[in-house]
Design a binder for this molecule. Structure first.
Ligand code: C2E
Ligand code: MG
Ligand code: MG
Length: 744
């Protein structure tokens, strides 16, 4: 210190051996010398004390009065006189406050005024203060610990305080902070000195300041023994964090609250995460739309409102038509992009009060609320279909994507809303059945149909065992010779109560479950076994072939090719006499897989007939991909409900397409001689239809073939109006085995 050299050595020595802490304070209130004892008392090193204002040892709340008093003191006392004071408080470096007794003497040394402060050496008091704090801590811990473990738990509690991952503070009844641990300082982003002795206001978010007062009130009034609450802290860099505070009172022996033990946890990230998780739990990850859980919640609220306030609501279930084709042709990435693009378009017309949800896969749900009439639900459906009118421009080019919608309207008169989605599903089924790209409003009869469809699926399982299922065979005729060259195997279900159930009804149902595999292998086994039995009829080169229908799911069964191989081997039928009928929809499921299955089947000697041609996509790319040996023209072109030139043109185009691609063309559903005439004229080679024969049970096939073998070489077997002059051409293809090469 430039202005103080310190007392003479003898004085210095004396100061060091004194039992009291001594400080020499200059006229400005700055400590210029401190003895070792003062270091022990205050916890500061000597060089931390020297040069500092004496107020550093005074708790902040007494600093104002201390300055005033020391000024008064200096003015009254003459040199040499002593003043004493007890019950004073000293603030230690570690934040602990201890009661002290101080003696103060003014002194003139080298002509300068000094104040000598002697602080009573009272190590017992310091120890007691420490013990008191520890005992108080211990009092909290002891609620949990057994009497024998008190000593250990006290130690543990102290360690737990200092090393706790959670921020911990002790605050007095006026919310002044008495002690803090490192974790708290870090969390609040402030130094210990900034915190100790202050209240929590500076680092509490202004809007949350009343929370602490209320917690203290509840604890001191005994209303609660422990309180937890969340609030926001303001860090000194301006950031706001969320904290969870847990506070309990520390009581003295009389039960009076001495201070509060508070633990504080930073829950900012936790909150952000839980907000994110709850968003994820309620939204679809791909499209960001509400998910099923959120939709069902909104639906039950909307229904509740309709019950209380009246009005109408509607659930719309949307399904994208033939969406699998997009996934399989362009890949799942493009499929996903399309789903997102569709979702965005739906959002364009969704009202803010309504809920749009991705139900899963290519299905969406729309909840329309506050409708004033059921007609508005249909308007909403048309609005949603309308936004799909324009094609989508994606990486893979531009894509057309349409949808079907099942609509169900509800009002407050129904007590339950749990069946609404199923009802919309039943209406959606109807929309698909009616040809897709449309909406259908639910009617109670549809629920009945859905129930009866369900019952039918159950019964279908038994039907296989009970012999109700059998195969019928419809002859396929050479249109030139009118000779039977093959049979299409068609499944029949003779239900004991319902009578004949059409395959158009039960096959799509079986496709929705694994029953289709059982039905499919049954059809194949029966058909090839039956075809093998036709071999007695006629010469080997004219044994009729059999065609078996395969559904898309069956076609993509990994076991299909080996199952066919096993069945053929078991029956002994030549693979060249089996044709499999598939529709373009098989290619929609998986393009690459379809090509490879067809190649394997062809290698086996089994040919493919493309069924119902003209009704689906009828695209040249599918024809090129599937490369069927036979194209079966759908009966809607062959026997249209209304004759039209456009239809004739299409028929002609398909026949000529087949001829150009070197594929055999077969016309389905020939019902009249006129139709036969027309087809012959166009050069269509094969046909089937009621004009020749409906599908007949197996025993009748034998009779039909017997007749053929008896008349072979003379007249056509079936009663037709076939022109005999065309007979030669037919024979060229089938009678001499050439057709077998062209077909298979
Ligand atoms: P499909 O393969 O196109 O079969 C032709 C359908 O047209 C058959 O109906 C047949 O009886 C009918 N039909 C034949 N000639 C005429 C005609 O001149 N006029 C009219 N109006 N109809 C005619 P069916 O037997 O009811 O079969 C319907 C559909 O059920 C079949 O259409 C086929 O897709 C499916 N199906 C039938 N059996 C099986 C099977 O074993 N497996 C699979 N996966 N599907 C089958
Ligand atoms: Mg067919
Ligand atoms: Mg067909």
């Amino acid at each position: 210190m430039s202005y103080f050299e310190g007392p003479p050595l003898s004085w210095h020595h004396l100061l060091e051996v004194l039992p009291d802490g001594i400080a020499y304070v200059d006229e400005h209130g700055v400590i210029c010398h401190a003895n070792e004892r003062l270091e022990v008392l205050t916890g500061y090193a000597r060089d931390e004390l020297v040069g500092q204002a004496v107020e550093m040892l005074v708790p902040s709340r007494y600093r104002g009065s201390h300055a005033a008093q020391s000024g008064k003191f200096a003015g009254v006392l003459d040199a040499g006189a002593l003043g004493t004071g007890s019950g004073l408080t000293l603030l230690r470096r570690d934040g602990l406050e201890i009661a002290i007794e101080a003696a103060i003497a003014p002194l003139i040394l080298d002509g300068k005024p000094w104040t000598v402060v002697a602080i009573r050496d009272d190590s017992a008091q310091i120890a007691a203060a420490k013990v008191r704090a520890e005992v108080e801590l211990h009092a909290v811990a002891s609620e949990l610990a057994s009497a024998e473990a008190l000593a250990n738990s006290e130690q543990r509690f102290r360690l737990a305080f200092e090393n706790n991952m959670a921020g911990m503070i002790f605050v007095d009844l006026e919310d002044r902070i008495l002690a803090v641990n490192d974790a708290f300082c870090q969390m609040a982003g402030r130094d210990r000195q900034e915190i100790i002795g202050k209240d929590s206001a500076p680092f509490t978010h202004p809007e949350d300041r009343g929370i602490t007062e209320e917690a203290h009130r509840r604890l001191t009034s005994g209303e609660a023994d422990q309180v937890s609450y969340t609030k926001r802290y303001l860090k000194n860099d301006g950031r706001v964090i969320d904290v969870e505070v847990s506070k309990s009172p520390a009581r003295d022996a009389t039960g009076r609250t001495s201070y509060f033990v508070t633990s504080v946890r930073d829950i900012t990230q936790e909150r952000a995460l839980s907000a994110q998780l709850s968003h994820q739990a309620l939204h679809d990850r791909l499209t960001g739309l509400a998910n099923r859980v959120l939709f069902e919640d909104r639906l039950s609220q909307a229904h509740g409102r309709a019950v209380r306030q009246g009005g109408w609501g509607a659930v719309l279930l949307l399904d994208l038509d033939d969406f699998n084709g997009v996934n399989d042709t362009f890949g799942h990435l493009v499929g996903d992009q399309l789903l997102v693009a569709v979702a965005r378009r739906f959002e364009e017309v969704a009202r803010s009060s309504d809920t749009l949800c991705r139900f899963g896969g290519d299905e969406f749900l729309y909840l329309a609320e506050g409708l004033t009439s059921p007609a508005q639900a249909e308007e909403a459906a048309e609005g949603l279909l309308g936004v799909l009118a324009e094609p989508f421009f994606l990486v893979g080019g531009h894509l057309e994507q349409h949808a079907s919608i099942g609509v169900v309207v509800f009002d407050g008169t129904s007590t339950d809303c749990s069946g609404l989605i199923q009802a919309a599903d039943a209406a959606l089924y109807e929309a698909k059945r009616q040809g897709k790209g449309r909406h259908v409003l639910f009617t109670p009869a549809m629920r009945q149909q859905a129930v009866s469809r369900f019952a039918l699926v159950q019964e279908l399982g038994y039907s296989l065992q009970s012999g109700e299922i059998s195969m019928h065979y419809q002859p396929i005729v050479d249109l030139i010779t009118s000779e039977v060259v093959g049979f299409e195997a068609l499944m029949r279900w003779q239900h004991p109560e319902r009578g004949q159930v059409p395959p158009d009804v039960f096959i799509p149902l079986a496709e929705q479950s694994d029953l289709i595999f059982e039905l499919g292998s049954r059809a194949l086994r029966d058909a090839v076994t039956e075809a093998r039995s036709w071999e007695g009829a006629g010469a080997r080169w004219s044994w009729p072939f059999v065609t078996v229908n395969l559904s898309a799911r069956q076609f993509h069964d990994p076991d299909l090719v080996s199952m066919i191989e096993r069945t053929l081997t078991a029956s002994g039928l030549e693979p060249q006499r089996l044709l499999l009928e598939i529709t373009e929809s098989v290619a929609l499921v998986d393009v690459v897989g379809t090509t490879s299955v067809i190649e394997r089947l062809n290698r086996l000697g089994v040919a493919i007939a493309l069924d119902d041609f003209g009704t689906g996509y009828s695209s040249l790319s599918y024809l090129a991909l599937l490369r069927p040996q036979i194209i079966k023209i759908d009966r809607s072109f062959v026997s249209p409900s209304k004759a039209s030139t456009r239809n004739d043109t299409l028929l002609e185009a398909i026949v000529s397409l087949g001829q150009k691609l070197d594929m055999t063309v077969l016309a389905e559903g020939i019902e009249t001689p006129g139709q036969l005439q027309q087809l012959r004229h166009l050069g269509c080679e094969l046909g089937q239809g009621y004009l020749f024969s409906p599908a007949v049970p197996a025993p009748e096939v034998a009779t039909m073939l017997d007749r053929r073998s008896r008349r072979r070489g003379q007249r056509p077997v079936l009663p037709t109006t076939a022109d005999s002059h065309l007979a030669g051409k037919g024979r060229e293809h089938f009678g001499h085995g050439d057709a077998a090469h062209r077909i298979c």
